[in-house]
Design a protein around this ligand. Structure first.
Ligand code: 5RP
Length: 260
């Protein structure tokens, strides 16, 4: 692997721990002003000291994030759909490689929709993006988005993750499921999990712990952090699990201690 590619990956996944706490705040790219992200800059600022990387769109980056921020950027470069349409799979590439470089992106993120009406388009989008990333030494994170009719099980997620890696993604983002260790085992590149819908803090910590115990390199978590009543304490608790090897119970007890 080229030095630039390795260096950018090392900015996201710590070479010391081989782990990563990525904060996802890209939800607005098809959902608009998602709860907790009405003013993304204000939401993100207190969380940045605890994030190894920040996943977002160029619009939110340019308009709301301080240019002096030290956090590596995972730039969402796919889109073109909205929640008003039934089929979210009809995405295109939405950012040129030149603009991604101008924004100093450490990684490019794109969704794939295996099994959906636009499966082929999303997969060839991924291939084209990987070609561009290879040319400039920028890794690609493939998000295995799940259509409404698809089941988030080991068979489906294992298939989607493996295809993403086969087409050239350097990191894959997916969902936790029963048999998750097999999903990781069948995927030759690092896997991070999305947090999914907001659940109780205790449950979200259990999810993070299960994912890393079963082989994920970490999380790319959004709503379970920024929609928490205690977002700063929550990202710290997730960090204790992912980067410090604590159990979900230890992290929960420390969280309880902080929120009183
Ligand atoms: C949407 C995304 C989001 O970043 C994502 O799903 C992660 O956030 P959450 O933890 O809220 O699920 O990639 O396609």
């Amino acid at each position: 692997m080229d030095w630039g590619m390795r260096n950018r990956l090392a900015r996201i996944i710590s070479p010391k721990t081989n782990r990563c706490v990525m904060l996802a705040v890209d939800h607005g790219y098809f959902q608009g002003p998602t709860t907790g992200l009405e003013h993304p800059g204000e939401t993100v600022a207190p969380l940045l000291p605890y994030a190894d990387a920040l996943m977002l769109t160029r619009g939110v980056l340019r308009n709301t994030i301080d240019g002096g921020a030290q956090v590596p950027i995972v730039l969402r470069v796919s889109g073109g759909t909205s929640v008003l349409k039934d089929d979210l799979s009809d995405e295109d590439l939405t950012v040129s490689i030149e603009d991604a470089i101008r924004l100093n992106a450490s990684c490019l993120a794109l969704s794939i929709f295996v099994g959906s009406p636009h499966e082929k388009k999303s997969l060839t989008n991924l291939s084209k993006l990987c070609d561009k990333g290879q040319k400039y030494g920028i890794p690609v994170l493939a998000v295995t988005a799940v259509g409404r009719d698809m089941v988030r099980d080991e068979r489906y997620l294992g298939l989607a993750c493996r295809i993403a890696a086969e087409l050239g993604a350097q990191i894959v983002k997916t969902y936790y499921c029963d048999g998750f260790e097999k999903v990781v085992d069948g995927c030759p590149v690092p896997v991070v999990i999305a947090g999914g819908k907001k659940v109780e803090e205790r449950e979200a910590l259990r999810l993070a712990y299960s994912a890393v115990s079963d082989g994920a390199v970490g999380v790319d978590m959004g709503r379970n952090i920024f929609q928490s009543r205690w977002p700063v304490q929550m990202i710290q608790a997730v960090r204790r699990i992912v980067q410090e090897g604590k159990s979900d119970q230890q992290a929960w007890e420390e969280l309880e201690g902080m929120i009183g």
